[in-house]
Design a protein around this ligand. Structure first.
Ligand code: CAA
Length: 258
């Protein structure tokens, strides 16, 4: 499919999706959200890891598109919010690992995309935050719920209520990003992590992702029962046999996702 607002590239098992509206600091309008949905769906079917980033030097994504939101009614705003929710939920639901390469501003909907990813790496010039209250609205793509799960209530409320930006160093300190890299090294680092994940057992990574995501919202005992079931089920796979055989034979495993 030809895209107008994003670029999609593939290197082996790794797909990179770049939001490509640099003149608007990669702001997310509904056309871009729809393209992202399509590209993420396709990547999920054909890759082991997905890297999400923004075009240009300044921004990952500077939020939902304010010029598109300005004339919205409550009804169209709700539809817009739900579209963002479908995309962020899809990032959590797909079996491949998702990595946000935050190369500048990740604000509002941009930070919401990042916190829906499995890992977040930021460049040293990155600035993240939820400026929605400065516009008289709340975050609308799951930010209030995912941020609190990552950094806890006190930090989340401070970020959301003030609308202040947090720089890369502070974001690392509060556990909002996995690591901070010099700008020029960000993409190489993300690719290295993605490549490493792509060598691991595909079913194991996919199931581990599901256990973490689904287990978060249910009681610990129930989540642990799911873990035990998944652990047992994986013993029936060729990948499990290969992984353990390879260890005992002191060679790298060749996983087939079966
Ligand atoms: N929507 C639409 N356009 C945007 C945008 C956005 N979120 N962010 C930046 N732009 C546009 C600007 O309007 C400007 O366009 P023009 O050149 O045509 O005027 C261009 O991108 C460059 O931006 P600036 O000139 O403002 O760049 P700057 O370096 O001075 O400032 C910035 C950068 C601090 C990120 C500033 O652009 C900014 O504050 N942007 C808005 C951030 C924001 O409020 N995001 C949250 C949106 S609400 C949301 O996301 C809701 C939700 O949860 C779903």
């Amino acid at each position: 499919m030809a895209y107008q607002n994003i670029q999609v590239s593939r290197e082996g098992q790794i797909v990179t999706i770049t939001v490509n509206r640099p003149k608007a600091l990669n702001a997310l309008n509904s056309a871009t959200l729809r393209e992202l949905l399509q590209a993420v769906r396709e990547a999920a079917e054909s890759s082991r890891a997905l890297i999400l980033t923004g075009a240009g030097d300044k921004a990952f994504v500077a939020g939902a598109d304010i010029s598109e939101m300005a004339p919205m009614t409550p009804w169209t705003a709700r539809e817009f919010s739900e579209l963002g929710h479908v995309l962020t939920a899809m990032l959590e639901d797909i079996p491949c690992a998702t990595i946000a390469a935050v190369n500048g501003y990740a604000l509002g909907g941009g930070l919401e995309l990042a916190v829906a990813c499995d890992m977040i790496y930021a460049s040293d010039n990155a600035k993240v935050g939820f400026p929605e209250v400065t516009l008289g609205i709340t975050p609308g793509f799951g930010g209030t719920q995912r941020l609190v799960r990552l950094v806890g209530k006190l930090r989340a409320k401070e970020i959301i209520f003030t609308g202040d930006m947090v720089d890369a160093k502070q974001a690392l300190e509060i556990g909002l990003v996995n690591a901070v890299l010099p700008r020029g090294e960000l993409m190489a680092h993300c690719r290295k992590v993605a490549e490493k994940i792509a060598t691991r057992g595909p079913l194991a990574v996919a199931r581990a992702k599901r256990l973490v995501e689904r287990g978060y919202d249910i009681p610990l005992r129930a989540a642990n029962r799911q873990e035990a079931e998944t652990f047992a089920l994986l013993f029936d796979t060729q990948d499990r046999a290969e992984g353990m055989r390879a260890f005992l034979e002191k060679r790298p495993a060749k996983f087939r996702g079966k």
